[in-house]
Design a protein around this ligand. Structure first.
Ligand SMILES: Cc1cc2nc3c(=O)[nH]c(=O)nc-3n(C[C@H](O)[C@H](O)[C@H](O)COP(=O)(O)OP(=O)(O)OC[C@H]3O[C@@H](n4cnc5c(N)ncnc54)[C@H](O)[C@@H]3O)c2cc1C
Length: 474
């Protein structure tokens, strides 16, 4: 029976099992040692990618990592509700075959966005309700990270050094390559670790910038958008049947007159996280009763009604997100060999669009494919570094576009507005309207927003024809 099971396993699964058993010879040892700074989602996924191609991978993490799915201080956004997009599920499956089963074992609720999510737009009827052939999952940010970490912990050549703080990225005397990291041990001792590759998954990316400055490299240009987003989340036990059969409810504001978003998201344990989002001075309050009153003032009463008879199980946790920031490492014409910023260290996106985890996973997946493509040796590593940064930059174009254009509808948003902003907003509005009337376009648009398909699918002649017909009749 076992032999039969093995025969039917996919190549990916077999490969993963061999890695876990430590029985697989590295297909191309690009180097001896890779160090990852930060064991958040992007650090964990990067470690998974590196493990196939380095003899040893060490994760330096400043927190003592909890064995339960609880928030921790190194990831302050972890108290806020997080949605994972379809693109994250796909990339996680590529990195960790069978990952969807792990999510379910961790208590995640499968969500078919076509029929389990109620999206309330101000100017549209409800979207066609239909089952799609892909899923997302409802679970809290700490549980997402723990589920990924459990998989990485099983990789024999990956070591976690918890309670350690990376202090400085080290390089050759001419600064052309990284050579390691200086860090502070859990016992407050300074230590140095030699490495061929250093992945900066620290979120802030400060050590990467410091290295570039000290070695005389160009500093990446930044695109910034001041959005002053105010987040607040609390966990609730809802009355039975309170959301009907929806696992996700999102109420959008009528922009630009209104700013408040409301999200009610099913998570592990059968609970729901209520996330309320404001902008600027309009921040959701920390007091439990005032928090509910804020929910009552959303554009529709749907979320507030679902909270009737609910019991709040946590404090209201608040978080401010002043600006989206994209560091254009991919546009530099040169950068040090072996230094790879990833995840939020490359780009911080407005969290309301839920793209950060997807991008971290897609970047790690990109890293894995480039590691497989490039062979051993210094020149390969230099090429890999350049190619990773350029292709990661390309990955960011669509998500930045998806979140930047709607944010500019608010006059208080700071940043350089696209010249054709009005046209872009109108075409997004037209697509939303068509999606509310046409089941095929509805799914296609969702697949673009979930970072499963490129924007170009919306230029399909059939979609263009339907848009033209719609314009002619409006
Ligand atoms: C309010 C908010 C809500 C969000 N909601 C969503 C959502 O719904 N969906 C989504 O996909 N994304 C969301 N995001 C984004 C998401 O949280 C991140 O994109 C994702 O966690 C990947 O981050 P990361 O791994 O790059 O950094 P983090 O997860 O922040 O991890 C960085 C790690 O580095 C460690 N570290 C930092 N400095 C050092 C050092 N010097 N030495 C050692 N360790 C160090 C930290 O302790 C931490 O563990 C949200 C973000 C915010 C702010």
């Amino acid at each position: 029976m076992d032999a039969l099971k093995h025969k039917t396993r996919s190549e990916d699964e077999q490969r993963c099992i061999e890695m876990l058993n430590g029985s697989m010879k590295k297909e191309s040892s690009i180097g001896k040692m890779a160090v990852v700074i930060g064991a958040g989602v992007s650090g964990l996924c990067a470690a998974r990618a590196l493990a196939d191609h380095f003899e040893e991978v060490i994760l330096l993490e400043r927190d003592e990592l909890p064995s339960e799915s609880v928030p921790r201080s190194g990831v302050p956004q972890g108290r806020q509700a997080h949605g994972i997009l379809g693109g994250a599920v796909k990339a996680l499956q590529e990195l960790f075959p069978g990952f969807e089963q792990d999510l379910i074992a961790a208590g995640a609720l499968p969500v078919n966005p076509g029929c389990d999510a109620l999206l309330e737009f101000s100017h549209l009827d409800s979207f066609p309700r239909q089952e799609w052939d892909w899923l997302t999952y409802g679970l809290s940010r700490p549980a997402i990270e723990l589920t990924i970490r459990r998989r990485v912990e099983r990789l024999k050549n990956v070591t976690f050094r918890n309670g350690t703080i990376a202090l400085k990225i080290l390089g050759t005397p001419d600064g052309s390559s990284v050579t390691g990291v200086r860090y502070q041990t859990a016992e407050n001792e300074p230590e140095t670790i030699a490495a061929d590759v250093v992945v900066d998954a620290s979120r802030h990316g400060a050590l990467t910038l410091a290295f570039l400055k000290s070695a005389g490299w160009p500093i990446p240009m930044e695109t910034r958008m001041g959005i002053d987003i105010r987040y607040a989340t609390a966990l609730y036990r809802l009355a039975p049947g309170a959301t009907g059969d929806f696992k996700v409810i999102v109420t959008f504001p009528k922009a630009p007159e209104e700013v408040r978003f409301g999200y009610l998201l099913a998570v592990e344990g059968g609970y729901f996280q209520l996330l309320l989002v404001g902008r600027g001075e309009d921040a959701p309050p920390a007091d439990g009763d005032a928090f509910l009153r804020y929910a009552r003032e959303l554009r529709t009463p749907t979320i507030h009604n679902a909270l009737q008879g609910a019991e709040r199980l946590s404090e209201v946790a608040r978080y401010s997100f002043p600006e989206s920031k994209w560091r254009h490492f991919g546009k530099l014409d040169r950068s040090p060999c072996g230094l790879l910023p990833i995840g939020d260290a490359l780009c911080l996106l407005n969290p309301i669009y839920g793209q950060g985890i997807t991008l971290a996973c897609q970047e790690a997946s990109l890293l894995l494919s480039l590691l497989s493509k490039h062979g051993a040796g210094k020149s390969s590593l230099a090429k890999l570094t350049r190619e990773f940064l350029t292709k990661a930059e390309d990955l960011l174009i669509a998500p930045w576009g998806i979140s930047a254009v709607p944010d500019f509808i608010y006059p208080q948003t700071r940043g350089v507005r696209p010249k054709d902003l009005q046209k872009k907003l109108e075409s997004l509005g037209a697509l939303d309207l068509l999606a509310s009337r046409d089941a095929h376009v509805c799914q296609l648009l969702a697949e673009v927003r979930h970072l499963l398909k490129p924007m170009s699918v919306l230029e399909d002649p059939e979609v263009v024809r339907k848009l033209e017909e719609q314009t002619a009749t409006v």
